[in-house]
Write a protein that binds this ligand. Sequence first.
Ligand code: SIN
Length: 328
Amino acid sequence: MVTAAGPLDPSSVDLSMDFAGLSLPHPVMVASGCFAYGEPYARFFDLRALAGIATKGISPAPRAGNPVPRIWETAAGMLNSIGLENVGAEVFLREKLPFLADLGVSVWVNFFGEDFDAYVACARALDRGKDRIDVLEMNVSCPNIQKGGIEFGMVPEVAHDLVRACVAVTDIPIVVKLSPNAQDNVAIADAVRSAGAVGVSLINTVTGMAIDVRTRRPRLATTYGGLSGPAIKPIALRIVHQVHRALPDLPICGMGGIRTGEDALEFVLAGARCIQIGTANFAEPTVALRVLDELRRLCAELGIARLADVVGDVRPWPAEPAWKEARV
Ligand code: SIN
């Protein structure tokens, strides 16, 4: 819809967003697991153009991750089973965080643990970086590890208790990254909100599989992995929309298959206050710059002077059937 005022000058469009008190110059971030700890991408573009960077998931101790093969490209995305390989909290704070903090962009440190106590220990350890970390993005949605990860994000009461325990040991705001594999995403989002999370990241990968018919082996050494990329965008949009509609005051960071400015605007209309680009970084390391430019131009074309004004502004059809609610 173009407003009565008609198309605007792109430079006049206000893309700024408030996310739980965090002022972002625009909504375009990069997603955990798809941008390392930032530094390798600095040779492709000036990372200060980003609104923020979500790091690879950090655990209390370093992890080597899963055996290979652990990546498989699919028709419209990617299956991964990295197994949360990372340098661990100590090395992250000492060797990786200073680079990120010096950029001046919003730093979201994704973290997890293999059990309840390890989550809490990790939140406590990362709190030592509180002057340089804007958000702890708590990962209760990784489908690729045997202990921890998704098992903490499937049942509202379990997620609630874990988030509450982590919130108690850090001053850094916690945003919880949720799984599309959960049965009731609204119930989980509500549970983590009531436990003190300031927002949610929606969505992590969808569990999937691919098979090599010649060897008859799964394409991934762990058999199953997480599907990301354009294939999951409709699922992500549906969940962002459902959670925003049920909990309109809960800030949502949207992700899942974003690779154009139009994709980003869809997520904002569904209810996201910021977005993260993930899988697309592997094929196009500068994709975030293009998405940002396209988003600005698209807003200008559609007469959207202030992006924040259209968060959640997707319009229902006049006769939306009630059964849609019951079925998803
Ligand atoms: C992985 O490292 O296996 C992927 C991370 C995630 O799905 O959260």
